[in-house]
Design a protein around this ligand. Structure first.
Ligand code: ADP
Ligand code: MG
Length: 535
């Protein structure tokens, strides 16, 4: 027998999590034979299932709606006189098989058969009531944090998915079809898929396209494509509004640092490949977004770039660039690249200055407040390589409307007095990262957050042995490199920095993408964009 009615607890004064919002008895559609369950939907966001006629159910018989990405109702397709309707619940709880090192999100779908009335419309109405209530209770709770505005994607919602078919091992499109698309369908998230054909294709699209038709822009690729998107949005006339469009990273590349970081911020254990993609698609289906800091970078030749992940020069950047050709290896490309670069370890000469976070409340210095250590012309080195902005360098049409960098002063002026100038001028690597992870198993700044107002600046001085460097890299998998107390490694959270290389050979990297070597300075812009994230 099947039956369903609003729960007796619906109007009860109970307000705790056990309060029953809906109660009914329905058959489970699969597997046959159709067993009946008494279902109780509780205020505590659980769908409790008790088999009719059996002993009270244990804790395993409840679906936690925090894991639920969608619920839909539909009319039965069987021939009359079966007027049944159905509702399906789609959950992705963490589960651990005996073969798994740690739990991962696994799909769990349940479809219930509603057949309490002779009229199919009545049954469909009841199925829709259940589906609607389950969706309502499954919606994530928006965190309340002073000075931080989180948000939820509207429902129904429409997402633009930008996909780089060449990223990573070249399987992004298959991953979209087999993993992402089914989850979006279950969550009732409509999408438009745009497959890029060349570098900068996505950048051009978001720079000129009408974004109003989409509630979010998702990127199924590596960090490189998201970097294009961020910069494309910032190049729009209406960048102030455009950069607030919630973005989403779906890891499909060889470098998926932001995805790994967001997975870490949500409290999940390290995840790779499909597991990480499932976690990130789950976040998109839930629709919660958080503000994210961006770093504005300016080069001496007049380029202005926006970065969400990192700026680097030296060893780490060289690993990234040199390993590009091994992209087909996936994340293993970085291991191969590290070994290669260790063999030909180089020293990079330049001047590094920074504004520590704790000093950033001081007013930016005027040119007269020159740092006492900083004598830009004394050794004649940095200034002679300062490229002057060439008269022909194209400027964005709206220049002047971009966010100002109040912490920075022009390159021809010394950094303000309250900045620190690093006394050493020989480095193995300089790296500013603003997220926790530089790769799925590369925890460079474990304490970093999406909106902590900081760049986590690391610099490794020349003199470190190859073995010492290797030890640091191995420790970065777990984020314990600072515990090694390596005297060559320095770490500081900063608000701004300037790097003046003494030679212009080689490349720097911004979010893993190459940048010609020249003086660069940057500062954090708090909460400039938004990103889909877990709680
Ligand atoms: P990966 O993590 O494997 O490096 P990314 O998504 O970061 O993958 O992309 C790497 C580079 O590929 C970026 O510089 C991006 O601009 C470029 N790119 C984007 N679309 C295409 C395409 N269709 N063909 C070739 N390169 C592309
Ligand atoms: Mg990349």
């Amino acid at each position: 027998m099947e039956g369903g009615q609003p729960g007796p607890g619906a109007s009860s004064p109970q307000s705790d999590s056990a309060e029953v919002v809906l109660h009914g008895v329905f058959a489970l559609r699969d597997p046959a034979p159709k067993t009946s369950y008494a279902l109780s939907l509780t205020r505590g966001r659980e769908l409790r299932m008790q088999r009719v006629g059996s002993a009270p159910a244990g804790p395993g018989a409840a679906l936690k709606l925090a894991d639920c990405i969608g619920c839909s109702a539909f009319a039965g397709r069987e021939p009359q006189p079966e007027p049944a309707a159905y509702f399906s619940v789609f959950c992705y709880p963490f589960r651990k098989g005996w073969w798994d090192a740690s739990p991962s999100r696994q799909r769990l779908a349940r479809t219930f058969r509603v057949c309490v009335a002779p009229e199919p419309e009545e049954n469909l109405k009841l199925a829709e009531t259940w589906a609607g209530k389950i969706r309502e209770l499954a919606a994530p709770r928006v965190p309340r944090q002073e000075g931080v505005t989180w948000g939820l994607l509207p429902r129904p919602c429409h997402v633009l998915v930008l996909l780089n078919p060449q990223s990573g091992t070249g399987h992004a499109l298959q991953l979209f079809r087999s993993l992402v698309q089914p989850m979006l369908a279950e969550a009732d998230v409509a999408f438009t898929l745009f497959v890029t054909e060349r570098p900068n294709h996505a950048r051009e699209l978001v720079r000129a396209g009408d974004l109003s038709q989409w509630d979010a822009v998702a990127v199924l690729a590596g960090d490189g494509l998201l970097y294009e998107v961020v910069n494309g949005l910032m190049e729009r006339q209406d960048w102030q509004a455009a950069i607030k469009k919630p973005l989403c990273t779906l890891p499909g590349g060889s470098g998926n640092a932001l995805a790994a970081s967001i997975n870490h911020y949500a409290g999940n254990t390290q995840a790779f490949k499909e597991e990480l993609l499932t976690n990130c698609t789950y976040f998109l289906c839930k629709g919660l977004y958080a503000p994210m800091d961006l770093v504005s970078l300016s080069t001496a030749s007049g380029k202005r770039l926006y970065s969400f992940l990192s700026f680097g020069w030296g060893f780490i950047s060289d690993v990234d660039i040199a390993s590009e050709k091994y992209r087909q290896l996936g994340k293993a490309r970085f291991t191969v690249g590290t070994i290669q670069q260790l063999a030909g370890l180089k020293v990079y000469k330049g001047r590094l200055s920074y504004l520590p976070v704790e000093m950033s409340s001081s007013a930016p210095g005027s040119p007269s407040e020159q740092n006492s250590h900083h004598m830009p012309c004394s050794n004649g080195r940095p200034l002679h390589i300062l490229p002057q902005p060439a008269p022909g360098v194209p400027r964005p049409p709206h220049e002047g409307s971009w966010p100002e960098d109040p912490l920075l002063v022009p390159f021809d002026q010394p950094v303000p007095k309250h900045w620190t100038v690093v006394p050493e001028e020989e480095f193995i690597s300089i790296f500013a990262i603003y997220q926790s992870h530089l790769g799925a198993d590369f925890t460079m700044a474990p304490t970093a957050k999406l909106h902590d107002g900081s760049m986590h600046l690391f610099y490794l001085k020349a003199g470190v042995s190859r073995l010492g460097l290797l030890k640091l890299f191995l420790a970065m998998e777990k984020g314990t490199h600072l515990d090694l107390n390596c005297p060559y490694l320095h770490y500081l959270p900063v608000r701004a920095f300037r790097l003046e290389p003494f030679t212009s050979t080689g490349l720097m990297t911004v979010d893993g993408e190459p940048l010609a070597c020249e003086p660069v300075q940057g500062q954090v812009h708090d909460q400039l964009c938004r990103i889909i994230s877990g709680s």
